[in-house]
Design a protein around this ligand. Structure first.
Ligand code: UDP
Length: 323
């Protein structure tokens, strides 16, 4: 197949591109390199089945040739946009997604939207189910990303209803692995970089808030399965293995050798941690209900958190400069 990945030089996009090229597909990647990096995809050129185009989905799209499938991942990373790029984030979600949907309509391609668990905001359900309509502040500090993703879902659903576009909507929960930027503000790269540098881990709030972290190879598998299905509604993709942020800190300290793992659980005084003010509107608990993905796609994550963390730590040890 000929496949377009927008945001294909980013963390998740580049792992997806790796897999698609390895599976024998021809892949075109569009990325404006705002957070993506050429080095994530450089070696794919040798396959002869990969083309990189530096472009912004906000601009008229370059000619991409015939397409069977589009994975639309292009978006500023959530942390950055909370702080300094809310307008660009909303524009990318609205205008950028419209452009890519138009392209899908024109090409008759399947369109997979990389949506997010952020559409649930501070959720009413736990674990979160797709039927939960979400609870998001339209004007809060996370609203640009959250409402942007909500709008992108609405737009995709409208193109499916009105334009007959074959839309797939992946609600992606926290995903991690090699190639996350060390400075992107997300908790796993932050903790690993801090631990490797011998600095205290920066925990926002009490650290009792939870997340459920999915290793990137599992997420890629989920995206492929969803794109290959004929289901048009939103589908949660993530790993239901829920952990507190303090629990995660403990894992990272143990696995990097920055602390003896068994000593640190429940003994805050011994944890090398710096407590910082809570992030505004930080969801208290997050865990995907993946029943729908299991039934529909026969998909479920396989990589345990500790294994994924080991791979990720290894990457930062060998590839990323530790500040
Ligand atoms: N967090 C933290 N220290 C950091 C970065 C994040 O304690 O250096 C917390 C953050 O407040 C949140 C959780 O870790 O409760 C996950 O944050 P992240 O930005 O990785 O993902 P998201 O909030 O988008 O799920």
């Amino acid at each position: 197949m000929r496949i377009l990945v927008t945001g294909g030089a980013g963390f998740l996009g580049s792992h997806l591109a790796d897999r698609l090229v390895a599976d024998g597909h021809e892949v075109v990647c569009i990325d404006n390199l705002s957070s993506g990096r050429l080095r994530n995809v450089e070696r794919l050129a040798a396959s002869g089945r990969f083309r990189f185009i530096e472009a912004d989905v906000l601009d008229p799209l370059p000619p991409c040739g015939p397409l069977d499938c589009i994975y639309h991942l292009a978006s500023p990373v959530p942390c950055a946009c909370r702080e300094d790029r809310p307008v660009a984030t909303l524009r990318t979600a609205a205008e950028g997604t419209r452009r890519v949907l138009d392209l899908a309509a024109e090409a008759g391609a399947v369109f997979l939207l990389a949506s997010s668990s952020e559409v649930y905001g501070n959720p009413r359900t736990h674990p979160q189910v797709e039927t939960d309509a979400g609870r998001v502040s339209p004007v809060g500090p996370r609203s640009a990303y959250d409402e942007g993703k909500r709008f992108a879902e609405a737009l995709a659903a409208a193109y499916a209803r009105q334009g007959g576009v074959k839309v797939r909507i992946a609600r992606i929960f926290n995903t991690f692995g090699p190639r996350m930027r060390p400075d992107d503000g997300r908790v796993i790269p932050a903790f690993i970089v801090q631990a490797l540098a011998g600095r205290p881990l920066s925990v926002h709030g009490s650290g009792e808030q939870t997340r459920s972290f999915c290793y990137v190879s599992d997420m890629v598998e989920g995206l492929l399965s969803l794109a290959g299905s004929d289901y048009g509604g939103p589908v949660n993709l993530g790993n239901p293995d829920e952990v507190t942020i303090l629990g995660l800190a403990s894992d990272v300290l143990g696995l990097t050798g920055a602390a003896g793992g068994s000593e640190i659980s429940n003994r805050r005084s011994q944890i090398s941690i710096e407590f910082l003010p809570p992030r505004p509107d930080d969801p208290v608990r997050r865990r995907p209900d993946i029943g729908l993905a299991q039934r529909l796609l026969g998909w479920q994550p396989r990589v345990p958190r500790a294994e994924g963390l080991k791979q990720t730590i290894e990457y930062y040890r060998s590839e990323e400069p530790v500040a």
